[in-house]
Design a protein around this ligand. Structure first.
Ligand code: UDP
Length: 411
């Protein structure tokens, strides 16, 4: 029987460092961030690293957690109002601790078993909800395995990101750092890195806009407007599209409009059935968002943190038509105060804002420059390097204390 994790052999370590990234497909952003950092670690360290992505709620295999990804679209329904209430009511370090401790007896065995089945040199969480329990599990198991949290909400960061016990907290903005400090995280464990984004977004900027348009079959000389509602096609996207279509029919400078419905099949069907001008194109989930952004002049979007970080790299001026109450509220302020976009939560207002940007090139270019100034293209590399250094700073991974009676420490 072998102790968990395996005892390192004496001398220089030759086997790859193992990283387990815990995320959940509640929205598209947590996975996109985890995937971006995984790709970056593999680019930087090649065969010296292996990275496993785990949807923590699905992998827990315990009711009701494994339903969370499929329940998420309904949970953020009704304009996200119930979600926002839940966010604010639970947003306190003491509350997170109390709730996690109430749930802990129920999740403890499943979570410890999960960590045991996926041995790692470093565990990294990209989701706020499991953090307190993860930290407690590692302690209960007596594992001195470094634990990092990559907080992927830009400004309004919930207290659950900043539970005690992690070795490293990567945060996107100084505002998120200030929040972490208010939750009593030591400043020297916090790194303000920016939001992770796939390297493809940086590389796409080396392609010319006209080449990107040719590759996607888009018009070479009209303005291109890209409309997205996150990975799940959220917010009043249908109404924005309908309002914009109306304005386009009466404009001489009508843009070509691409609507990306993401994983929302009902939305895609509804959009396909709408009577729209020929210059409107509807897509489902795309896996080359970087190319669509490169080809576009204006982004119309929900204020999702990943989409915003990607749009900053692409230098896109934005019209924000929705924000999830709670965690995305601060994103709106971040974009608007920095002059990178317009907040237009009423569909007609959003459509008018788009047409203004189409018609006023100077305004559009000024906003594009402000958007580009917010980009943190090195964020992913910084996060990857910080996580890697946790693995190399702890070369001796040992089971620090004997197993607790209810957790099997063998594999
Ligand atoms: N996305 C994608 N293809 C699509 C729609 C969205 O790859 O068809 C990606 C998008 O580029 C971003 C993520 O999904 O990386 C959405 O994350 P965000 O934080 O903006 O919103 P969420 O989906 O988490 O609400």
């Amino acid at each position: 029987m072998e102790l968990y994790p395996p005892q390192p052999s004496a001398g220089r370590r030759t086997e790859p460092r193992r990283f387990v990234f815990l995320f959940s497909a509640t929205g598209g952003g947590h996975r996109a961030s985890a995937q971006a950092v995984k790709d970056e670690i593999e680019r930087l360290y090649g065969s010296e690293a292996t990275v496993e992505l785990l949807d923590v709620f699905v992998a827990l295999d315990q009711w009701p957690f494994y339903h969370f990804p499929e329940w998420y679209p309904a949970a953020v329904g009704l304009s996200g109002i119930p979600w926002g209430v839940g966010f604010h009511l639970s947003d306190g370090a003491g509350l997170v601790k109390t709730v996690s401790r109430i749930v802990w007896p129920y999740t403890r065995a499943a979570l410890c078993d999960l960590l045991q089945r996926h041995p790692a040199d470093v565990f990294v969480s990209f989701h706020p909800i499991p953090n307190y329990a993860l930290s407690m599990s590692l302690r209960t198991m007596g594992l001195e395995v470094p634990f990092a949290i990559v907080a992927v909400d830009m400004v309004t960061t919930h207290a659950a990101w900043f539970v005690p016990g992690a070795d490293l907290y990567c945060v996107p903005t100084p505002a998120a750092k200030a929040r972490a400090e208010r939750c009593n995280v030591d400043a020297d464990r916090i790194r303000v890195t920016g939001m992770p984004a796939r390297r493809a977004f940086i590389e796409a900027m080396r392609i010319s806009q006209s080449d990107a348009r040719t590759a996607l079959g888009l018009s070479p000389d009209r303005s291109i407007v890209l409309i997205v509602g996150g990975g799940e096609g959220m917010g009043p996207l249908r109404h924005v599209v309908r309002s914009l279509a109306r304005l386009c029919t009466s404009s001489r400078q009508a843009p070509e409009v691409v609507v990306i419905a993401g994983r929302n099949r009902t939305l895609k069907q509804d959009l396909d059935r709408m009577e729209l001008p020929g210059s409107f194109r509807i897509e489902g989930f795309v896996d080359n968002m970087e190319l669509w952004m490169r080809a576009s002049d204006i982004l119309v979007t929900k204020a999702g943190p990943n989409t915003l970080a990607e749009a900053f790299i692409a230098g896109l001026p934005m019209v924000l038509f929705a924000a999830l109450p709670g965690q995305e509220e601060g994103n709106v302020t971040h974009v608007v105060r920095n002059g990178a976009g317009i907040w237009a939560p009423i569909p007609r207002q959003a459509a008018r804002a788009v047409m203004q940007l189409v018609e006023h090139e100077e305004k559009r270019h000024a906003m594009a420059a402000q958007s580009r100034a917010l980009a943190r293209p090195n964020a992913t590399e910084q996060i990857a390097r910080s996580i890697w250094s946790l693995a190399t700073a702890h070369p001796q991974i040992i089971a620090a204390s004997p197993p607790t009676p209810d957790v099997a420490f063998v594999r």
